[in-house]
Write a protein that binds this ligand. Structure first.
Ligand code: NAG
Ligand code: NAG
Ligand code: NAG
Length: 446
């Protein structure tokens, strides 16, 4: 993980005129030659766009807050309870895990008619990335645009009270003791495809709550701390409209969106493809692959049990898939540049070239990227991958499933779960035995 810098390093270095040092440092630290210097902005005060003739879009992922009729309708049918508030502070892992956990919290809050405190995120240990349950918490802006979240809920679920913090809950000083709850733990058996009767969760919940209320007093708020909820809520239970729009309440934070846009703009210029970034994906562009062989995955999914966690399996499958979209280049997402280097040499043997976000950002942008935490750097790939002509991932990665399921909305092939791979359509392939992990397609919000 040689490219990670301690988070405290100031982002203003280059602005102080240290560009030259940064460039030399990069050269040495990465042990490879970056395309210099035409993409380096030597004059940091210059307002001229760095790339291309036409002025590039600064942020292709800056979507407006969502105003969803299907969410409004579910929220409108809910009986809201002023005295009940949920917190959502136990979400762990990478973007795929955290995103789904937060969305589940919101969905359960709607079920109960509860208010919600703006969620927080548990930070991964930066020196041991396989250590995710650190108990160290930060606010949701670590990954997401908090204002967008609040505004989308205000528009699409106007009756739900949202609080910035626990102490800002009305009458907080009179609150009962906080009650921890893993939302699925009160319903007994949960099939792999998620709760079999999600519409009954509300009454089960209120019955469960009774044990904590000898003398119900609704002038005192009841605060329930939701535990981590991952792949157990059946997302299609409120209809497809709800399932497909709900994830829109979470928008990736702005610096990652801007870096993803720059990466795409530069990628398009370097490999001469048309980059209309307003399109959901770019035909005739690049093939995005998610090389999921980092330390945390290797430990979580031991290769002897699961052939798909092996580098050899992934690289062979991805390189076999590559020709189907005649890509200009293969764009690799991986948190481990040594693995990328291996893949680049295997690809070169087949006359295919490989690139990463590090090849397409320079100067202050590259510095901004390297100043981000590991899980934040992955947000850039998460966005870039959405726009590729084709995509490949491995079926034990929620990161890859999230991308493939989002892309599937634009695919012609609708029976994407019927093989030949675990998810197959013309825009993506998730490798694994069909129906092997039904929980992803059933319970991961696209
Ligand atoms: C509202 O929630 C409180 C707990 O905060 C509970 O005691 C009460 O029964 C709930 N009211 C309704 C109408 O569900
Ligand atoms: C992170 O992991 C390292 C190595 O295992 C350990 O020494 C350190 O205490 C951990 N830090 C936190 C905040 O958990
Ligand atoms: C790669 O390209 C070279 C030069 O164009 C050619 O000789 C070689 O056969 C190609 N290899 C493959 C695997 O296509």
């Amino acid at each position: 993980m040689g490219f990670l810098l301690p988070p405290g390093i100031s982002r203003r270095y280059a602005a102080l005129g240290a560009s030259t040092l940064v460039v030399i440092w990069l050269w040495v630290a990465f042990g490879r030659v970056y395309r210099l210097p035409e993409h380096i902005s030597w004059n940091v005060n210059s307002n001229r766009p760095q790339y291309g003739q036409s002025s590039p879009v600064p942020d292709a992922f800056d979507l407006a807050p969502i105003n969803s009729e299907s969410i409004k309708s579910v929220c409108g049918d809910t009986r809201w309870n002023e005295s009940l508030v949920f917190t959502c502070d136990e979400s762990v892992g990478g973007i795929g895990n955290i995103r789904n956990s937060i969305l589940n919290c919101v969905r359960y809050a709607i079920s109960a008619g509860a208010g919600l405190v703006v969620p927080s995120i548990v930070l991964r240990n930066s020196s041991d990335i396989s250590y995710i349950r650190t108990g160290v918490k930060t606010d949701m802006s670590f990954m997401f645009d908090t204002q967008h979240f609040i505004e989308s809920l205000r528009l699409s679920c106007p009756s739900m009270p949202i609080y910035n913090s626990i102490p800002s809950i009305p009458n907080y000083e009179k609150a009962h003791n906080h009650i921890p709850l893993i939302p699925e733990s009160i319903v007994g058996y949960v099939p792999k495809t998620g709760l079999s009767q999600p519409e009954e969760w509300r009454s089960t919940f209120y019955n469960w709550l009774l044990q904590y209320q000898d003398t119900p007093d609704t002038t005192r708020p009841t605060i329930v701390e939701l535990g981590r909820s991952y792949l157990q809520y059946p997302i299609y239970s409120d209809g497809e409209g709800f399932a497909l729009s709900f994830g829109g309440i979470l928008k990736i934070r702005s610096d990652a969106r801007r870096l993803a846009t720059k990466t795409l703009t530069n990628l398009a210029e370097t490999y001469s493809f048309d980059a209309d970034l307003s399109a959901p994906f770019l035909p005739n562009s690049f093939f995005g692959v998610h090389l999921r062989t980092e330390k945390d995955a290797a430990e979580g999914w031991p290769a002897p049990d699961w052939v798909y966690s092996r580098y050899d399996t992934q690289s062979k499958l991805y390189l076999e898939q590559a020709p189907r979209s005649s890509p200009a280049v293969i764009y690799v997402a991986s948190g481990d540049l040594n693995e990328v280097a291996k893949f680049a040499s295997d690809a070169a043997a087949r006359n295919m070239s490989v690139t990463t976000k590090f090849d397409h950002l320079s100067g202050q942008d590259l510095e901004d990227l390297t100043n981000l935490a590991w899980d934040q750097q992955a947000l850039v790939d998460f966005l870039v991958m959405m726009k590729g002509a084709d995509f490949a991932g491995i079926a034990h990665s929620s990161f890859a499933w999230n991308i493939a399921l989002k892309r599937h909305q634009y695919a012609q092939k609708k029976d994407h779960l019927d093989g030949p791979q675990m998810l197959s359509d013309e825009l993506s392939q998730m490798y694994g035995i069909p129906r092997g992990y039904p929980e992803y397609a059933a319970c991961l919000w696209p």
